[in-house]
Structure formats: structure tokens, C-alpha cells
Design a protein around this ligand. Structure first.
Ligand code: PGA
Length: 254
């Protein structure tokens, strides 16, 4: 049984103060019971907001996990503007997104993704590795082949990962921030392909969670999470509003 994982990717939004207010607001909305039973919840703030969000969550919503949106594969060095895994663990971040399509569009390669996943694993950070095709790739019928290649590249040469510390997020690029969502059937088909690919390469496919992302909102969250092989949701825009994120958590738990 895979525990549903729902994650908010705040992207380049929310200052430390706004992040702490977000925590206060969602904690108030969820009430004494906190994160709904049976759901694992994460937020991924921008780097400057991480300490404030981690501190606010520790007191107001301790079961919420907090991670970064990126890391560098090297432990330290002359890498201006970069942040290492050990810097993240030093501030008690628990995880990291790797290979988001917005970073791949900025030049992040499959090799870079693989190296970052290894760095996260070595530091004990949970990682969510993001994959997904663009619209032309889907239109020529090559989406599943494309995503399988991304999965094989991300996990190449890896011993079986710990499924508690790794998840895959399928985010079709054409659905991110566009209001256009994959149908539950499309998501289910792609997630089944990803799971088969993970099994083929010796990863613990039955235990690994595969999240869907791309214009997830409170009103489509339930349909998506009920689709076959969908084990969670990665939410961008709708996660910036704490009440809408709380409602997505409720939908995932229902
Ligand atoms: P969106 O973003 O929910 O705003 O489409 C999802 C993501 O990029 O993780």
C-alpha cells in the first residue's frame, strides 16, 4: 500500500514572512487534527523561505515536511549561486525536487538529474524526480517513450532506492500552469508505463510513489488521485493558497 504524497511547489513565490503566514493559515484551517490521516504532505519553498517555513511548521504543523526546489550535485566548491545537499540538511530541510521541467528548460540535463539524485540520497534527503513530455512530443505519440528515457537516465547505474526517500512526479509540460490537465486516463496510462520502466531497471516499482502534476486544483484532485497508479500530486499554483492546498490534502485523503 503506497501512502498518497501531496506536495506543493511554490516556485519563485513567497518570502520567509509569507511562507510563515502560509503555515499559520493552513494549520488553522486543518485544525487540531493537522494533516489528514493517510496522506504525506510536503511543501517546497524557495531557498530564502526554507528556514522560516521549517521553523513555523515545526511548531504549528509538525507532520508537514519541507524541502528545497533544487540542489547542486557537489558537496561544496566554487559554484556561485548554488546550494549543496549538506547545506539543506543543516537547516533541517528533509527533501528536494530534482529535474523540474522549468529547470530542465534552463539547461538541466539527464546527467545532472542523475548526479543530483545521488547527492540527495547520500545526504539522506528525500527526492522527488520530475519527468514529463512537451506538447509536440505528445502529439507525435512519443510521450511514453520520452518519459521512459528520462526515467532510465535518472536511475541509470543506481542500486534499488529506498522508496520512503524517493518519488517520481509525472508532469506533462503542456499541463503546467496552463489550466490544462491530463485526463485521469492519460495520467493512469503514463503512470503505468513509468512503473513498468522502474521495474525493468530493477527499482522497487511497486513501492515507489508516482505523483501527477500539472494544473492540479481542489476540484480535479480527487479524480486524478483515483486514477490507476497515481499515488499523489505535485501542485504548483494552487499550493500558494493555503486553503486550496488544505482542500487538495482532504481530497487526497478522502
Ligand atoms: P501547476 O504547476 O500546478 O501550477 O501547473 C505544477 C508544477 O510545476 O509542479
Amino acid at each position: 500500500m503506497r501512502t498518497p504524497l501531496v506536495a506543493g511547489n511554490w516556485k519563485m513565490h513567497l518570502t520567509p514572512q509569507e511562507g510563515a503566514s502560509w503555515i499559520a493559515a493552513i494549520a488553522a484551517d486543518l485544525g487540531a487534527t493537522g494533516i489528514p490521516d493517510g496522506v504525506e504532505a510536503w511543501v517546497f519553498p524557495a531557498f530564502p523561505a526554507l528556514p522560516a517555513v521549517i521553523e513555523a511548521a515545526t511548531t504549528a504543523l509538525p507532520s508537514l515536511r519541507v524541502g528545497a526546489q533544487n540542489l547542486h550535485a557537489q558537496p561544496h566548491g566554487a559554484f556561485t549561486g548554488e546550494v549543496s545537499a549538506s547545506m539543506l540538511t543543516a537547516i533541517h530541510a528533509q527533501g528536494v525536487l530534482v529535474g523540474h521541467s522549468e529547470r530542465r528548460a534552463g539547461g538541466e540535463t539527464d546527467d545532472g538529474v542523475r548526479a543530483k539524485l545521488a547527492a540527495a540520497e547520500a545526504a539522506g534527503l528525500a527526492a522527488v524526480v520530475c519527468v514529463g513530455e512537451d506538447l509536440p512530443t505528445r502529439e507525435i505519440g512519443a510521450a511514453e517513450a520520452w518519459v521512459s528515457i528520462q526515467i532510465r537516465a535518472a536511475f541509470a547505474g543506481r542500486a534499488p532506492v529506498n522508496p520512503a526517500l524517493m518519488a517520481v512526479a509525472y508532469e506533462p509540460i503542456w499541463a503546467i500552469g496552463t489550466g490544462r490537465t491530463a485526463t485521469a486516463a492519460d495520467a493512469a496510462a503514463m503512470h503505468a508505463t513509468i512503473r513498468r520502466t522502474l521495474a525493468d531497471i530493477g527499482q522497487p516499482a511497486d513501492a515507489l510513489r508516482i505523483l501527477y502534476g500539472g494544473s492540479v486544483k481542489p476540484d480535479n484532485a480527487r479524480d486524478l488521485i483515483q486514477a490507476g497508479d497515481v499515488d499523489g500530486l505535485l501542485v504548483g499554483g494552487a499550493s500558494l493558497d493555503p486553503i486550496s492546498f488544505a482542500n487538495i490534502l482532504r481530497a487526497a485523503a478522502a
